[in-house]
Write a protein that binds this ligand. Structure first.
Ligand code: IMP
Length: 430
């Protein structure tokens, strides 16, 4: 029987703890690939004394027998990538012949970053709260057919022409609307040619490479960045990122067909967090929110921004299950809820006098909805070293079983701490 190919996605607004889980699951996958996003993502992986934050390279990179790929759907800031590769080399992780980049991936240029930050300023109170890494403008250029791809970094004339073309409109914006310095292609060309030289050894066509490896009997785990509700189509638009984050996008993001995928696993925290602006029905603004934030160390791993915290939301997870075609789920940070006297689960929203079991369709309705909660009793004590479901405090088990029941999705794994070992497996995924 052939080995399973899986997609792992965030079920909320990102930061669900995908890094640890992907790293853990990587032991059963020959290839780990990213399919969208860029260094707006940040995943912390802890192994023994080592705690590393990756922004670009797939979390599986620490498993030194695994092949790690950045697919064509990923946007790459070469400076950030080279820094990460250097860190890996410094700590003795071998990346030769096991780390690859699609030659079709788009490059984040300095003007994308400047545009991202200046646009946010222009939006004022309506800002998205982006990470300021140039992600949106890079995807805009891709779709506008003005993007620079990795493959363009090797021909001086072609690269120069492409940068100049992309800057025609942008320099007008910078000068006349955004009050920013303009860019001169002459100041960029050498640096980006040099980046090209430094990353050349890693280039592949992710589609042909991966398909060939699957034919040879290897399997793949496709690692989503951000989360379902930051998806540009299905998320809480306009407070989203600029790529499709859902599992369907995993396929186009590396060049694989849908028939190759066996399982889709959603990662969710045992509560909910969100960073940046935008709708968040179960947000806790008062003391309970800061209690969870402090205990869960809920501060952005890339930007350090405090994350907004709230109760677990069944509507969100049911929708994520449908949007991703999920077959199972992983619940992370259950330990953070230990010690709370009562825990709420949002089971629906009250809208105009009736309860709805989905996210509002209209932006205006987000302001009107009132979450409906089922109160669950909390549990005491440290659970981080518990290794089996049956040893968990009875109320924490009830909490997990209630989530399974209300979402109709099996829980495969529960994470109860940062370490790889602080994990309880209920049902195997591979
Ligand atoms: P951008 O992706 O930098 O354009 O930011 C758009 C929105 O997505 C903002 O609300 C960011 O805070 C959010 N975002 C982007 N990447 C992540 C992530 O990895 N985790 C959580 N939120 C993210």
């Amino acid at each position: 029987m052939r080995k399973k190919n899986i997609v792992v996605v965030g079920f909320q607004w990102g930061d669900e703890g995908k890094g640890k889980i992907v790293d853990l699951l990587a032991k059963d996958a020959d290839i780990v690939a990213r399919y969208q996003g860029g260094n707006n993502a940040g995943h912390t992986v802890v192994s023994g004394d080592l705690s590393l934050v990756f922004r670009l390279v797939p979390s599986g990179i620490l498993n030194d027998k695994k092949i790690c790929i950045l697919g064509n759907g990923v946007v790459i800031d070469p400076m950030v990538l080279l820094e990460e590769l250097n860190t890996l080399r410094e700590i003795g992780i071998n990346i030769k012949d096991r780390f690859f980049i699609s030659y079709k991936s788009h490059i984040i240029m300095p003007y994308h970053k400047r545009l991202d930050i200046a646009r946010e300023r222009l939006r004022g109170a309506g800002m998205i709260g982006t990470t300021g890494r140039g992600i949106g403008p890079t995807y805009e250029d891709k779709v506008a057919r003005l993007g620079i791809r990795v493959a363009d970094l090797f021909d001086r004339d072609l690269l120069y022409e492409k940068i100049a073309l992309s800057l025609k409109e942008k320099n007008y914006l910078f000068k006349n609307i955004l009050g920013e310095e303009v860019f001169n292609p002459d100041d960029l060309i050498e640096k980006y040619l040099e980046y090209g030289t430094k990353i050349k050894e890693f280039l592949i066509d992710s589609s042909s490479y991966i398909n060939k490896k699957l034919e040879d009997g290897l399997n793949i785990m496709l690692e989503g960045a951000q989360g379902t509700f930051l998806d540009v189509d299905h998320g809480t638009y306009p407070y989203v990122t600029s790529s499709n984050t859902v599992a369907g996008s995993a396929l186009s993001g590396v060049g694989l067909g849908p028939t190759k995928i066996d399982e889709v696993i959603g990662i969710t925290k045992a509560y909910t967090t969100r960073v940046g602006e935008g709708y968040f029905p179960t947000e806790l603004k008062g003391k309970a929110g800061s209690l969870i934030r402090d205990k869960g160390e809920e501060f952005g791993s890339v930007t350090g921004r405090p994350r907004r915290c709230g109760w677990f939301d069944i509507n969100l997870i049911k929708e994520a299950k449908r949007l991703n075609g999920a077959t199972g789920m992983v619940i992370t940070k259950l330990d953070v809820l230990s010690g709370l006297e009562k825990i709420n689960i949002c089971t629906g929203y009250m809208l105009n006098g009736s309860v709805i079991d989905h996210l509002p369709y209209s932006v205006a309705d987000y302001k009107k909805i009132i979450p409906v909660y089922k109160e669950m009793p909390g549990w005491e004590g440290e659970i981080s070293n518990i290794k089996s479901f049956n040893d968990l405090p009875v109320n924490s088990r009830k909490y997990i079983l209630k989530i399974e029941e209300l979402t109709g999705l099996p829980v495969n794994i529960i994470s109860v701490g940062k370490e790889r070992t602080q994990t309880i497996t209920l049902k195997s995924i591979f």
